[in-house]
Design a binder for this molecule. Structure first.
Ligand code: MG
Length: 186
């Protein structure tokens, strides 16, 4: 059984570091809970060019210093022990492959495949891999995947909390694990 797992915001807790980075750049003092949409361009009212320029400077540091989402390591390890093949599917640029592999190894997160797509379009790969489900915090990715027939577990975050979602929504890795066990381990 294969499972797809997003990385940023789902395994790597990069959200506070991102907010801090954009607060510094824009001279604002937003808190995580103030971010009600995925797009930081819209939240901070900056152009995509500015966003990309800032991320070019800061993304490597954010990737390397992000902590783990609580219980991600424990529960992903448990899934692997129970026979799941884990594919980490991320919109990160492939130029970050080495530091991403190092981070995952240092944090003790096991996986069979690591896919750096440089795109938020994960549908084709999820279909190709025939994942039983994809765990994702970006609600726009979740909409696209669900429309395309992929099971999605939406990992709750401040930026998706107010968005409608008909599917499964989990608030922690404990809930995610429990859902998977109930759904596929019987
Ligand atoms: Mg994410």
């Amino acid at each position: 059984m294969r499972i797809g797992i997003d990385l940023d915001g789902t395994i790597a807790d990069n959200f506070d570091l991102l907010v801090q980075t954009f607060n510094e750049y824009c001279g604002k003092s937003l808190q995580g809970k103030d971010i009600k949409q995925y797009s930081l361009c819209k939240t901070y009212n900056i152009t995509e060019e500015e966003f990309n320029r800032l991320m070019d400077k800061k993304e490597e540091g954010i990737i390397m210093s992000s902590p783990l989402i609580p219980f991600a390591r424990e529960k992903i390890n448990q899934l692997v022990k129970e026979g799941w093949e884990v594919h980490i599917i991320t919109a990160r640029h492939p130029k970050y492959r080495d530091i991403t592999e190092n981070w995952l190894q240092n944090k003790g997160v096991p996986y069979s495949g690591l896919h750096l797509l440089n795109s938020h379009d994960k549908l084709e790969l999820c279909r190709e891999l025939k994942v039983r489900c994809m765990i994702e915090d970006n609600v726009h990715n979740a909409y696209q995947l669900a429309d395309g027939g992929v099971n999605v577990i939406l990992f709750e975050a401040p930026h998706n909390k107010c968005w409608p979602w008909q599917g499964i929504r989990c608030r922690s890795w404990l809930e995610i694990y429990q859902y998977i066990v109930n759904q596929w381990h019987s």
